[in-house]
Design a protein. Structure first.
Lengths: 116, 113
């Protein structure tokens, strides 16, 4: 089945650091990838939609200058949390969708980000 | 707020029982629904999906029922096992390629042996 790989799985860093998270579709091409954030005991909240070769579409309330998304190829999207602060600590999850209609999205295993 | 709601945030069952997890959605334009299972520290794992032109779909030990009249979705797990313990989310979208999923709040299923 379709596999999405996310790296790193866990990051601990100091406040002010920028952190890059990679999301790769391993066995299919994904024109569109999605980035979600999940706080403890809560649901997944969509942050942005990442389209290959174009600018990402951000959800309301998500700072585009804070969360930089790059989707340079059909198999790789990156999320960079710039100048991270403790309130950015969360579980970040990406997903990728096949280009056909009504196909399930496949998720990476998430990145646990802890900002000290 | 979220257009997909999910209540009974926790469900505890005995091993071997059947489990039913419910979900209500509010967007009548949604035409594709998915159930995901999320184990601690991992990303959501696809369980089963259903399109709006269907009322029922069965997989291995799982059945999804869709009632469009009342905008209700349910996941039935037969002969629940301890390995089924996880958080279950329903998700919806309008089915257009490239659109994001909207997730419900999640139900934590605990299976005791």
């Amino acid at each position: 089945g379709a596999v999405v790989s996310q790296h790193p799985s866990w990051v601990i860093c100091k406040s002010g650091t920028s952190v890059k998270i990679e999301c790769r579709s391993l066995d299919f091409q994904a024109t569109t990838m999605f980035w979600y954030r999940q706080f403890p005991k809560q649901s997944l909240m969509l942050m942005a939609t990442s389209n290959e070769g174009s600018k990402a579409t951000y959800e309301q309330g998500v700072e585009k200058d804070k969360f930089l998304i790059n989707h340079a190829s059909l198999t790789l999207s990156t999320l960079t949390v710039t100048s991270a602060h403790p309130e950015d600590s969360s579980f970040y999850i990406c997903s990728a969708a096949l280009t056909a209609f009504n196909q399930p999205q496949h998720f990476g295993d998430g990145t646990r980000l802890s900002i000290l | 707020g979220e257009s997909v709601g999910l209540h009974l945030p926790t469900l505890s069952v005995q091993e071997g029982d059947n489990s039913i997890i419910n979900c209500a959605y509010s967007n009548s334009a949604s035409d594709y629904f998915i159930w995901y299972k999320q184990e601690s520290g991992k990303g959501p794992q696809f369980i089963i999906d259903i399109r709006s032109n269907m009322d029922k779909r069965q997989g291995q030990r799982v059945t999804v029922l869709l009632n469009k009249t009342v905008k209700h979705l349910s996941l039935q797990i037969a002969a629940t096992q301890p390995g089924d313990s996880a958080v279950y989310f329903c998700a919806e979208n309008i089915g257009q390629a490239g659109t994001a999923l909207i997730f419900g709040k999640g139900t934590t299923l605990s299976v005791s042996s």
